[in-house]
Design a protein around this ligand. Structure first.
Ligand SMILES: [Zn+2]
Ligand SMILES: [Zn+2]
Length: 276
């Protein structure tokens, strides 16, 4: 399945038209005549790069993860990759359509060269994105835990009770698009943020999410326990502590069971501490 997706994307890249297209041209410089060929080129190249990065970086996390690569874990990873690759393709397509057909109508769209933004803009842009995604990310995730939304959408992601780094984007298509892309694009419509700055911040989110699902020592917001116990640690630790949803071991005297390893009593690695 993955090889079919990758070779199709590779073929699309090879047969690009004679005009030189750039991955840095998101199409928003041409409001009156958004270029569909550039759109297809962007979708193909960014999803190819995104999927390659996803497979490579998640594999490094998994290689360093002390959990045994037994049949159960490998089956879990295969399922995560199936959802994850589809999700990356859909997220890229959604964002590129936004940059081609919505972003040009934003009042600062002509101010689009990254050089015109400057370091100060980069600084407050990053700060704004951090605060914005911390607050909205937490609440959108909590909303996804409401009945119907959980049943039909978010339960896909929670079917991975002991995820790996590959599982960070293993979600229902609606979830990834609303929880990440829509939140980021709304920010771009509020203050001038260049798409490359968004991409930079998106990379930060991606690595952070991979660490969270890997469950190792760099799981800063203790997201692995969100998968083990469902109704704790929805987002950034600051938000969970403020709204009283942070994991507290006293509330969970019966601990979640590790299904990859029979006996974890002597294990001291960070991921095993999540089960204690
Ligand atoms: Zn959840
Ligand atoms: Zn998760």
């Amino acid at each position: 399945m993955i090889s079919i997706v990758l070779s199709t994307l590779f073929l699309i890249l090879c047969v690009q038209p004679t005009k030189a297209y750039s991955v840095f041209d998101f199409g928003y410089s041409d409001q009156e005549n958004a270029n569909p060929t550039q759109l297809i080129y962007n979708i193909a190249s960014y999803s190819l790069l995104g999927i390659l990065q996803y497979l490579l970086v998640s594999a490094i996390f998994e290689w360093k993860n002390p959990m045994p690569k037994n049949q159960r874990r490998m089956q879990n990873i295969k399922r995560e990759i199936k959802y994850g690759t589809t999700q990356i393709f859909l997220q890229v397509a959604y964002s590129m359509i936004f940059y081609h057909y919505v972003y040009p109508y934003c009042s600062w769209y002509r101010y689009y060269s990254i050089n015109q933004y400057g370091l100060l803009n980069f600084g407050y842009g990053m700060l704004f994105l951090y605060i914005w995604t911390t607050i909205l990310g937490y609440w959108v995730h909590r909303i996804f835990h409401f009945r119907i939304l959980y049943k039909y959408v978010h339960s896909v992601h929670h079917s991975f009770t002991e995820p790996t780094a590959f599982g960070y984007c293993a979600t229902h298509p609606l979830e990834g698009i609303s929880e990440v892309n829509t939140v980021l694009h709304l920010a771009e419509l509020i203050i001038p943020i260049h798409p490359l700055m968004t991409l930079f911040f998106f990379e930060y989110i991606t690595i952070n999410e991979m660490m969270g699902h890997d469950g190792g020592e760099h799981d800063h917001s203790d997201h692995y326990r969100h998968h083990l116990y469902y109704v704790v640690n929805y987002g950034d630790t600051i938000m969970d502590e403020f709204f009283g949803t942070a994991y507290n071991s006293k509330n969970y005297p019966v601990k979640a069971k590790c299904t990859y390893v029979d006996n974890i009593e002597d294990r001291t690695e960070a991921i095993f501490m999540k089960y204690k």
